[in-house]
Design a protein around this ligand. Structure first.
Ligand code: GLV
Ligand code: MN
Ligand code: MN
Length: 419
C-alpha cells in the first residue's frame, strides 16, 4: 500500500489516517473506555494535537470561541471563499475511535497531500473539528457546528452537567468567554459548501460490499428529558398499592416507547439511553427519576406525530401512577437533504476511483444538520465493520479508510462551486 518516491518511504493516506486515529484515541478520560467530552482536559489535549496536524499540513489553525479547531489552506490567492470540510472530535462514552475523528483526520490528510504537491486550488479549503456533536455533557447537542452556523442558542449556557457545572462555568474554566461565542459564527458567502466524510455507523455498505457511499439525507431527531417525581419511602413498610414509585413508572414508560417504535413498521427508532434514579438505595422506594428519550424517523412528519403519541402515553402513565411529570424537548432537528450538485460530484469521484456508486440515507445525526443554515451539505460514508458504532468495537479497515481519503481528495481537486 505504501509507495516509494525518490527513495523515500511514503505512507498511503490510509496508513497515515489509521496511525492518527490511534493517536487521538489515546486521549481519553480513562484508558479502558474511550470518552472525550466537551470542555474537559481531554478536549484540550485533542485540540492541541489536531491543531499541530493542521499546521504540519500547511494550514493556519486556531481554536475558536466554542472550542472548535479551525484550519485554513489558502487557495491560489488569499481570502477566497472556502470549501469547508469537517467532522467532530468529541465522543460518546465508551466510544469507538472512528466516529467523528475519521472525517477530521482524513480531511487533514487530503490537505497535507495537496500541500506536499505544492498544489493550490481556485478556492480555499477549511477544516473544522467540531468540539461537541454528541451532546454528551450538556443536554444540547451540535454545539460546535451551531456556533459556526451562527445559530448557537445562548439559553443553553445555563444548562448543567451531571456534576452541576453550568456550560457557562465550563467554558470559563476551559479559558473561553461564554459571552463571545458569536465570534465563531461564519456567514454563507464565506463557504462554497460543507462536506463531511464519516463512518456509516450502519451495515448497508458492508452488505453491498462497497467501501464508500453517497449520503442522500441526514434523518431528523427529537430528544427529550423526562423527570418523574413520586414519593420516596421505606422499602419494607409501604404496601405496593400505596406507592408512587418513580422508577417503576419510568420502566413502564421505557417499555411503552420501545413497544411503540418496535411495532411502527416504518423505520421509527426510539432510545432511552440514560436513566438516573434518586435517592438510589436498595431499601428506598425511588422518589425521582430522570431519563432521556431519543426519537428518529425517516420523515419529519412521521417523527413529529410519533413524538406526540409517545408524549401522550407517558403523560397517561404518569397520571395513572400519581407521578408528577416534567418533559422538555432538549434537541430538535429536521431532516437535512444533501445537495444534489454535491452528491453528483461525490458520485463522480467514487466512480473515478473504480467503485460502484451507491446512495444511502444517514440514520445518525451529523454536524451538517447545523451547517445547512449557512451552506449546502454533502456527505461521504465509509464502510464500518458489522455496522457497529457508538461501541468500542467500531472498526474501519485500513483499505476503506484509504478509499475514503482518495475519494475525498478527488472531490476536492475536481470541486466546482454551484452556480
Ligand atoms: C450522533 O452520533 C447521533 O446520531 O446521535
Ligand atoms: Mn456519534
Ligand atoms: Mn459522528
Amino acid at each position: 500500500m505504501s509507495v516509494e518516491t525518490a527513495g523515500l518511504q511514503q505512507f498511503s493516506l490510509g496508513e497515515q489516517i489509521v496511525g492518527r486515529i490511534d493517536a487521538l484515541a489515546a486521549i481519553s478520560e480513562t484508558p479502558e473506555h474511550l470518552a472525550r467530552i466537551f470542555l474537559t482536559p481531554e478536549h484540550r489535549a485533542a485540540a492541541d494535537l489536531i491543531l499541530s496536524w493542521m499546521r504540519e499540513a500547511g494550514m493556519r489553525a486556531h481554536l475558536d470561541a466554542i472550542g472548535n479547531v479551525c484550519g485554513r489552506y489558502e487557495g491560489d490567492r488569499p481570502g477566497l471563499p472556502c470549501l469547508m470540510l469537517g467532522s467532530h472530535y468529541d465522543t460518546v462514552r465508551d466510544a469507538g475511535k472512528w466516529d467523528g475523528p475519521l472525517g477530521v483526520i482524513t480531511a487533514i490528510a487530503c490537505v497535507a497531500e495537496l500541500n506536499r504537491r505544492g498544489k493550490r486550488l481556485p478556492f480555499a479549503i477549511e477544516i473544522t473539528g467540531f468540539a461537541d456533536e454528541e451532546g454528551v455533557r450538556f443536554a444540547s447537542t451540535l454545539l460546535g457546528s451551531r456556533a459556526i452556523a451562527g445559530t448557537f442558542d445562548e439559553s443553553v449556557l445555563a444548562g448543567r452537567d451531571r456534576d452541576g457545572v453550568s456550560m457557562r462555568e465550563a467554558l470559563q474554566r476551559f479559558g473561553l468567554d461564554p459571552d463571545h461565542i458569536g465570534a465563531a459564527a461564519r456567514v454563507r458567502r464565506e463557504l462554497l459548501a460543507y462536506l463531511e466524510l464519516h463512518i456509516e455507523q450502519g451495515p448497508v455498505l458492508e452488505d453491498q460490499d462497497i467501501p464508500v457511499g453517497v449520503v442522500t439525507a441526514i434523518a431528523g431527531a427529537t430528544r427529550l428529558a423526562a423527570q418523574l417525581t413520586g414519593m420516596a419511602g421505606h422499602a419494607g413498610t409501604v404496601p405496593m398499592g400505596l406507592r408512587h414509585d418513580a422508577l417503576a413508572g419510568a420502566a413502564e414508560c421505557i417499555s411503552a416507547i420501545e413497544y411503540f417504535c418496535r411495532t411502527d413498521g416504518n423505520g421509527l427508532v426510539g432510545t432511552v439511553g440514560y436513566v438516573r434514579a434518586a435517592p438510589g438505595a436498595t431499601n428506598v422506594i425511588p422518589g425521582q427519576v430522570s431519563f432521556t428519550i431519543d426519537i428518529r424517523a425517516p420523515t419529519d412528519m412521521h417523527r413529529n406525530r410519533s413524538v406526540a403519541d409517545i408524549v401522550r402515553q407517558i403523560e397517561a402513565i404518569a397520571k395513572r401512577r400519581g407521578l408528577a411529570l416534567q418533559l422538555d424537548v432538549t434537541h430538535e432537528n429536521r431532516t437535512v437533504p444533501c445537495a444534489p450538485w454535491l452528491k453528483s460530484q461525490i458520485a463522480n469521484a467514487i466512480a473515478a476511483e473504480g467503485f460502484a456508486v451507491f446512495e444511502l440515507p444517514s440514520g445518525a445525526g451529523h454536524d451538517g444538520m447545523a451547517m445547512i443554515d449557512i451552506a449546502d451539505v454533502g456527505m461521504i460514508f465509509v464502510r464500518c465493520r458489522g455496522g457497529v458504532s457508538h461501541h468500542p468495537d467500531e472498526h474501519v479497515e485500513l483499505a476503506d479508510a484509504d478509499a475514503g481519503a482518495r475519494v475525498l481528495l478527488r472531490v476536492i481537486e475536481n470541486f466546482r462551486a454551484a452556480n
